[in-house]
Design a protein around this ligand. Structure first.
Ligand SMILES: Nc1ncnc2c1ncn2[C@@H]1O[C@H](COP(=O)(O)OP(=O)(O)OP(=O)(O)O)[C@@H](O)[C@H]1O
Ligand SMILES: [Mg+2]
Length: 152
């Protein structure tokens, strides 16, 4: 059976605003197993980004607050986990492509460099101009084999 990667149960995220309490997310349940892709669809403002940002622990709290529910990453409780523990997972195991990619990706760097910035060996291989070495390093990092000349 595939590993349960992410499980969210009854997640509630509230914002304290001048007009009172805003229930941005009010009881979200979802689960994603290894190899699965889940699409979340909903009208603007229904809480998709707030949910994702909370999993990444990137939502400023306050004004936001996790008012209930649980977020489990590979069985581990992320609501209770400390900031340091979540930072360890962020980018290495859980990543997010932000909704405004033009402001999130730095146009001064190539996409490859921005992907590689978490991994020193990948970054140096990328800058070495040695394509074969780069492919070997990439293969070490990702589960999908790079295409080979003999494959085509
Ligand atoms: N910092 C904040 N303070 C108060 N309310 C906020 C804050 N950030 C988000 N919200 C509210 O939380 C709700 C959910 O917003 P969210 O950005 O998650 O929507 P979304 O589903 O991602 O929408 P879209 O499809 O437009 O991206 C909205 O009502 C939004 O106004
Ligand atoms: Mg959004």
């Amino acid at each position: 059976m595939a590993e349960r990667m992410l499980e969210i149960r009854g997640l509630k995220i509230h914002f304290g605003t001048e007009e009172g309490l805003l229930r941005a997310v009010d009881g979200v349940d979802l689960a994603i197993d290894a190899g699965e892709t889940l699409g979340v669809v909903g009208e603007s403002g229904c809480g998709k980004s707030v949910t994702a940002l909370t999993v990444m622990r990137l939502l400023p709290m306050p004004p936001a607050r996790i008012a209930g529910g649980e977020i489990r990453w590979r069985g581990r409780d992320l609501v209770a986990a400390g900031e340091e523990a979540v930072r360890e997972l962020r980018a290495r195991e859980i990543a997010m492509i932000f909704q405004e990619p033009m402001t999130s990706l730095n146009p001064v760097y190539t996409v490859g460099e921005q992907i590689a910035e978490e991994h020193d060996d990948l970054l140096s291989a990328l800058r070495s101009d040695d394509d074969k070495h780069l492919m070997r390093v990439v293969e070490r990092h990702i589960a999908v084999r790079a295409p080979r000349e003999s494959d085509d």
